[in-house]
Design a protein around this ligand. Sequence first.
Ligand code: RP5
Length: 157
Amino acid sequence: MVGIIMGSQSDWETMRHAAETLAALGVAHETRIVSAHRTPRRLVDYAESAVARGLRVVIAGAGGAAHLPGMVASMTRLPVLGVPVPSAALGGMDSLLSIVQMPAGIPVGTLAIGRAGAVNAALLAAAMLATTDDALATRLEAWRAAQSERVAAEPAA
Ligand code: RP5
């Protein structure tokens, strides 16, 4: 139901947090390496077949000149959530600006740089799917309640 794509194997260290979060919520997902620059034909095939293959949301992570989320969004009507991957040269600020500054007409829901963005992309995808899936809505509420339970009332010494 959720497609998690990333521009490179090196993005997996960040994007695995999206996969782990979806797994914890019991949301079916797939993971693929799809590079806007190195595998452009794979990108077109993935985006153009996404609806027909039954995907409901795409989470796309990339770093640097991070064109992947926007290019996927340009070729599918599915909601696309973009995760800026931290980059070696600029810490992910380049990734963030590349993903967030879309022109009007082709939206990418852009999350935070790095692990927080990957986790939140998964939670947002789950929240979207939960609007039409009561069982998932219950699991998402339980996940959030468990998170609250784990927060101590006072800081440890
Ligand atoms: C982007 O270039 C990828 O999304 C990755 O974040 C970055 C660096 O890729 P590698 O050189 O590590 O493969 O396309």
